[in-house]
Design a protein around this ligand. Sequence first.
Ligand code: IPM
Ligand code: MN
Length: 368
Amino acid sequence: MKKHIVLLPGDGIGTEVIQSAKDVLEAVSAEFDHSFTFETHDIGGCAVDMHGTPLPESTITACKQADAVLLGAVGGPKWDGLPSHLRPEKGLLGIRKALNLFANLRPVKAFPKLLHASPLKESVVSGSDLLIVRELIGGLYFGTPSERSSDGQSVVDTLAYTKDEIVQIVDKAFQSATLRKGHLTSVDKANVLESSKFWREIVEEKRTQYPEVTVEHMLVDAAAMKLVTNPDAFDVIVTENMFGDILSDEASVLTGSLGMLPSASINEAGVGLYEPVHGSAPDIAGKGIANPLATILSAALMLRHSFQMDDEAQLIETAVQSVLDDGYHTADLQIENGQKVGTKEITDLIVELIKSKSATISILNCYV
Ligand code: IPM
Ligand code: MN
């Protein structure tokens, strides 16, 4: 299959982790006789430096023409003082909006070798396997400019949704639940927010179309607690943009490191954008020690969701698991009696496994 992929490395460790994911994709392409072509564009702080804007038109155009987009990370102290329209994060929010990527899928799965690295008890973390479906282009992040203001004395951010916007994300979450264990937890703050009451009503309406899915409503504060006390209680979580942002960082402790969490941002038809959940880690940028696994796992999600290449995706996921099982890890991870390696070394190990196809397909099919 021929596929054209736009790479948006962004800032900090973005360049290094995107290079790793590209190496892995090239190995997959050779192994399965695909033809992947790549084109790199600027986003975030580096785009501000080069083009005077965090999201150049040329980047948007290229992404719209691509089959899929793989993004590293944006931001860093260098751009902290800029006015808000020039902040690197605006580039990320802008490209999500421009591509209408309303559904952000964040799978969280504990890797056996990393269980002990979690600050939580092994008995709590063991076996946790959940998917956060975060609404990505509305809610508290996207109040209209007139609603989002500060006059020096007061300030307003708006949490607004249309019915259609909620229906489409809730529907996506129900679909995901049917592909997994069939349990959906809708997370809101319906004891306080009107938007949450409306959200609950829509979930109730939708559930009649999915009788095989069990549904639970949970307040966001209770969900935050349950995530770290009883993560097994969750299969699929669906929630508003900001709640999803916070809960997904919290959920990352289940995996032992934020460096392990991939994500897929998709819409019903067009191009998808894939990115690690972690940030640009400017303190370790350029040192060759960044953990590329979340980006490599994001590339696997790309193969599965945008290209329908399930075997290829599973091969990558299994190779990542094998490398950890063999005790190899980057500096952010800890494995007892393991061997600490750099970004390039861990990538090469994964590439080798893919080339030999010795990573048997089938262990991990959790990233749906
Ligand atoms: C994420 C990030 C972004 C977000 C930031 C960088 C704007 O934290 O992808 O979770 O809040 O969505
Ligand atoms: Mn976040």
